[in-house]
Every structure is written in structure tokens, then in C-alpha cells.
Ligand binder design. Structure first.
Ligand SMILES: C[S@@+](CC[C@H](N)C(=O)[O-])C[C@H]1O[C@@H](n2cnc3c(N)ncnc32)[C@H](O)[C@@H]1O
Length: 284
């Protein structure tokens, strides 16, 4: 394994923290292991050399490779099911019949299991007679490698075990080679985009539901605060934010109220929602 000098590790952590919000300061061995694989593949013998080649590389390929190595893309279908139950049982039945659309943003979608879980849930809701306006799911991530997997939507058949039998039968197609894919109409519900959550994005729409789960757990405090403001700003009034169940939103003044563990709602009006609890030490 290629070891970093203290100075190299400091430069790497500063680059990743300032550019992407990710805090690697306590993950030196992990960073060394992952970057060693990349450097050995490219026959680069030190991090200093990698970083200087990366700076000179106008294609951005080395920077993308570094991000692919240093982000953690672990995810699976129906992860943290309480969120999907809340969506099905609380949010969807309350949609206004006048709603023109239902817009979802999966921020930090990784390899796509999260947004395709949503697509299957929404399709099942409709198939069982539930009313939905046209649905649009935007799924974004910083890792190009993760996004490639997500766009291909081809997963090992073993992952089917994570899904209810009816979803497997109706929405998934095995291809006989140990993999399965999703029905075309479900894949078409999702559009993917590379996006750094730490960079402003002009023209960002407002969403009925934003999922940003198990992303800020890797972030430094400043990035977590910045991201929370951004996510709150991306929600329509009355819209919901799902974060990971092990995550905490920073104690910042926003219009978000905790309605269930790891579920926040943006105020419908400028003020407190009647009957809802603001988290002490959390949002608001
Ligand atoms: C552990 S995965 C979470 C996937 C999914 N949301 C879930 O809960 O299963 C975290 C994802 O956040 C992405 N990520 C990390 N920093 C990011 C940033 N600055 N901008 C966009 N995505 C980022 C990573 O690439 C990774 O795919």
C-alpha cells in the first residue's frame, strides 16, 4: 500500500473537505487503501505526483477518479424502510387532486437503488388504485462511477431478495446472467445528473420531497450546515426532507420541523406548523 506523508494527507483532506464537504481527517488508512488502488493502476508512486497530474489534467478524469475512490457509495433497495412507509401511508394519500406534478430529488443517489425503490413504490401505489399526478424523480451524485451503475440499472439478482415478491414479479426483469433490470417505464421516471452538493446550482427547482440520506454523515460541520440550508431551500412549502436515521441536522434556523425520526417538513406558511414539534437542539 502507498502511504501518505503527513503533508500529503493534509493536502488531500483539505481538497476533499473544501471542494466536496467530505471529512476524511479520521480516515487516513481508508484513504491510503483506496488511493493506492488508483495510483497503482496508473503507475503513480506518490500522492504528490497524483495531485500534480490531477491539477494538470484538463479532462477532469483524474479528479473524477479521486472522487470515485474517496466517496462511500454503499446503498441498497428499500434501505430505511420507515421512509418509504411514510411516503406511501402519509404523503401520497394527502396529495392535492389539484397537484400538477409530484417532484422528488434524490440527492446523493449513489448507484440508484434508492431512486428505483421510489419508482417501484410509486408504480405500485398507482397500480393499486392510488391517484398520483405525473411524477418526476431527479437523482444526483458526485461520483461518475456510481451514476454509471445507476443509469445502467443492472443489479445482481441477489439484490432481488431485498424487494417484496410482488415488486420483483411486476417491475423487475432477470436477464438470465445473474442480473436483473427494472421495467423501462420505471427507469424513465428517473433522470440522473452529476451534481456537487457543495456547489451552487443555478435553476434548481423546488421539490415536494427531497431524500438526502446517508450523505451528510460523511461531511464536516460547515458543509452540513450549508447543505441543510440548500436542501431546505429546495423544498416547496409543506414539502418533506428525508435524511438518514443515524444523521442529525445541524441546529440552524430553517423552516424545517421534525415530524418523525429522520423526516422533516418545511412550513406551509412562514411560521410554526400547528401540532408539530420542533426538535430541540435540531432545526429551528
Ligand atoms: C452512502 S451513499 C448514500 C446513498 C443513498 N442515499 C442511501 O442512503 O442509500 C452517499 C453518496 O453521497 C455522495 N456524495 C458525497 N459527497 C457528495 C457531494 N459533495 N455532492 C454530491 N454527492 C455526494 C457519494 O458519492 C455517495 O454516492
Amino acid at each position: 500500500m502507498i502511504k501518505f506523508t503527513d503533508e500529503e494527507f493534509q493536502r488531500l483532506t483539505a481538497y476533499i473537505s473544501e471542494g466536496y464537504g467530505i471529512d476524511l481527517s479520521k480516515k487516513r488508512t481508508l484513504a491510503e487503501c483506496r488511493m493506492s488502488l488508483e495510483m497503482e493502476k496508473r503507475q503513480i508512486s506518490s500522492l504528490t505526483e497524483f495531485l500534480s497530474q490531477m491539477r494538470a489534467d484538463k479532462t477532469g478524469r483524474l479528479a473524477a477518479a479521486l472522487i470515485d475512490r474517496l466517496t462511500t457509495n454503499y446503498t441498497f433497495f428499500l434501505r430505511e424502510q420507515a421512509h418509504f412507509d411514510f411516503l406511501e401511508q402519509e404523503i401520497l394519500p394527502q396529495l392535492s387532486p389539484a397537484a400538477a406534478s409530484f417532484q422528488i430529488w434524490c440527492a446523493g443517489c449513489s448507484t440508484g437503488e434508492e431512486c428505483y425503490t421510489l419508482a417501484m413504490l410509486l408504480a405500485a401505489y398507482r397500480d393499486h388504485g392510488g391517484w398520483l399526478p405525473p411524477v418526476r424523480i431527479l437523482a444526483t451524485d458526485i461520483s461518475e462511477q456510481a451514476l454509471r451503475v445507476a443509469m445502467e440499472a443492472r443489479y445482481p439478482s441477489k439484490a432481488l431478495e431485498q424487494l417484496p415478491e410482488a415488486w420483483r414479479r411486476t417491475y423487475c426483469r432477470t436477464d438470465g446472467t445473474g442480473f436483473f433490470t427494472l421495467r423501462d417505464d420505471l427507469r424513465k421516471m428517473v433522470s440522473f445528473r452529476k451534481m456537487n452538493l457543495m456547489r451552487p446550482y443555478a435553476g434548481h427547482e423546488q421539490y415536494d420531497l427531497v431524500l438526502c440520506r446517508n450523505v451528510m454523515i460523511y461531511f464536516n460541520d460547515a458543509a452540513r450546515k450549508q447543505l441543510t440550508q440548500r436542501l431546505a431551500g429546495s423544498l416547496k412549502k409543506g414539502g418533506y426532507l428525508f435524511i438518514g436515521h443515524t444523521e442529525l441536522l445541524p441546529a440552524e434556523q430553517t423552516l424545517l420541523t421534525c415530524v418523525r425520526p429522520a423526516i422533516y417538513q418545511k412550513a406551509r406558511r412562514d411560521g410554526h406548523e400547528k401540532g408539530q414539534r420542533r426538535v430541540s437542539g435540531g432545526i429551528g
